[in-house]
Design a protein around this ligand. Structure first.
Ligand code: ADP
Length: 528
């Protein structure tokens, strides 16, 4: 044991349990962090701390979870991740709180039940557009990876068998070098009661590998951005205009590209945060309570040429295979940071337990021993809510940058100004401005291009949001690259504690959006 290990570090290593569906990268990261793999022959059935698998757990498994155990799924989240259920839940929220709030979901019809509504809409639009074509996409409700998708303009090309959704096809996507792309944004919900949502500040951008062309709707390589499809395309290896070879970028590279075109990437990220909160909010009141579990979700977001984010779908067990360098740099760190987040919550539970004065709990928690980031950092890396990471020059998280910092400094996550990519004019109309040599946010925002809502507010008020006015302890706003986006202020903290006051939360969200938009407009005027 290293001489400087803190007391308690000599405890047994943590144990993870897997099945045949557990992604390889999860296992390798856990082993790297000093965890042991559960072996049924050698251990007591209950002697494990984390069970990570691709499929969901049965309610009985949730009910039997021990205080020292954690599951990587929360019951009831398929309400978000099945395309038909997502549409139904968001539509329900529209009815309750007004359609404009949920306009980020393209108009969607669930088949076969909405067939006549779709036909009516189809002909209404056809009439309104006169000679122009309207475009639709039909997606099987339960399939993934682009399987079974058809894009059509003429209703006679629509064929469907099982439950599927028909959705307005976003035909003005933001193109990068004439290629369509969408964003994979990772979100971790560490609890629904009370609702606690973290967003990951790094992610992936997935590109189509053939040029976008509405004249040929049958070409999946031009219209679908799934890497499982594009990897097998003839143009995958080709050096494509602006995009380069392959079909993925990191999110930080994409934002850097946008900034070089004078796009307000901060405002775009704030809009994406809002989409995430409103989406999770749609199911939060109806999911059953379950302790010791979390859900890592993959939000697929398409940006159109007006810089509006559209929610395409939410993925359950987002793909974690490492197929290219962007995957390796994002997904390994993502798993490290998910484990950090889990520790943060375990710590919270420990604190609660100690506050409630020895209620007979076995005192075994997830904070037994974890080396963290390949270094011997048994506790320090997750015991500080303000833990932050150093960032390398290209804006991606540094390899060994875990540093503890005082709680009141948690808002400062330095990001070096991102190095500029080779940039050529994108094919979308606006922005027409020339690429700029320097990012255009004021200093702080340049350094923190995608600052979270809570960070922004914390900075404004100059206080740490870790300790709330009622003295309850909420998880720190940051664990690695995960940033807390809900609750995002004291009001939403209060509105999510004893039951969920959705109306109040939406009011707060609207206030915040209004403020963010005015700030963005003010900055724009100042720059002119
Ligand atoms: P899957 O679960 O099969 O991946 P998605 O809903 O993610 O289904 O759709 C697959 C791909 O199809 C997306 O990554 C995107 O490129 C494209 N796509 C899906 N829905 C739309 C839409 N409404 N408008 C434009 N493109 C879409």
């Amino acid at each position: 044991m290293a001489e400087d290990e803190p007391p308690g570090a000599s405890l047994k290593p943590l144990v993870f349990r897997v099945d045949e569906t557990t992604p390889e990268v999860v296992q390798s990261v856990l082993l790297e962090r000093g965890w042991s793999k559960f072996d049924q022959q050698e251990r007591n059935m209950e002697d494990w701390n984390l069970y990570w698998r691709t499929s969901s757990f049965r309610m009985a498994e949730h009910a039997n979870v021990k205080p020292w155990q954690c599951l990587n799924h929360h019951p009831g989240t398929t309400r978000l991740t099945r395309k038909d259920l997502l549409a139904k839940h968001l539509r329900h929220m529209e009815r309750l709180y007004g359609a404009p709030l949920y306009e980020f979901l393209p108009p969607t019809f669930v088949m076969p039940s909405d067939y006549s509504k779709f036909v009516a809409e189809y002909f209404k639009e056809k009439q309104a557009l006169d000679a122009k074509l309207s475009y639709w996409i039909c997606k099987p409700a339960e399939l993934s990876r682009g399987r079974g998708i058809i894009i059509f303009s003429d209703i006679k090309n629509l064929i469907f068998a099982d439950t599927c959704i028909i959705q307005k096809y976003i035909c003005n996507p933001l193109l990068v070098g004439r290629y369509k792309c969408d964003l994979r944004v990772y979100v971790c919900v560490t609890g629904f009661k009370p609702l606690t949502i973290y967003i990951y500040q790094e992610g992936l951008v997935r590109f189509a590998t053939e040029k976008f062309d509405l004249g040929n709707l049958q070409n999946s390589y031009a219209h679908l951005t799934n890497s499982s499809i594009n990897r097998s395309g003839a143009s995958y290896e080709k050096i494509k205009e602006v995009v380069g070879s392959g079909c993925k970028w990191t999110l930080s590279r994409f934002f850097s590209y946008l900034r070089s075109w004078d796009v307000d990437d901060l405002l775009l990220w704030q809009k994406i945060n809002r989409v995430v909160i409103l989406t999770v909010l749609a199911i939060a009141p109806s999911v059953p309570f379950a302790a010791n579990c979390f859900e890592l979700l993959g939000f697929d977001i398409l940006i159109d040429d007006n810089l509006k984010p559209w929610l395409l779908e939410v993925n359950y067990s987002p793909g974690l295979s490492l197929d290219c360098s962007a995957d390796v740099s994002v997904k390994r760190r993502l798993i490290h940071d998910t484990i950090e987040l889990m520790h943060l919550h375990s710590l919270r539970n420990d604190r609660k337990e100690s506050c409630s004065a020895a209620n007979g709990s076995p005192g075994v928690s997830l904070a037994r021993k974890d080396r963290g980031q390949g270094r011997d950092l048994p506790h320090e890396s997750f015991s500080q809510p303000g833990s932050r990471r150093a960032f390398s020059k290209d804006g991606t998280p540094g390899e060994k940058g875990v540093t503890a910092c005082p709680e009141n400094q948690h808002t400062c996550q330095p990001r070096a100004v991102l190095s500029r990519q080779e940039v050529r004019p994108p094919t979308r109309e606006p922005p027409k401005a020339k690429p700029k040599a320097r990012a255009r946010h004021p200093a702080l925002k340049t350094l923190i291009p995608r600052v979270s809502l809570i960070q922004a507010r914390g900075r404004e008020k100059g206080l740490s949001l870790c300790v709330q006015p009622d003295s309850s302890w909420v998880p720190g706003p940051q664990a690695g690259n995960f940033v807390l986006i809900f609750p995002f202020n004291e009001a939403t903290f209060g509105a999510s504690r004893n039951g969920l006051n959705v109306r109040r939360i939406i009011q707060e969200l609207q206030k915040l959006t209004h403020k963010q938009c005015s700030q963005a407009a003010e900055e724009k005027t100042k720059r002119k």
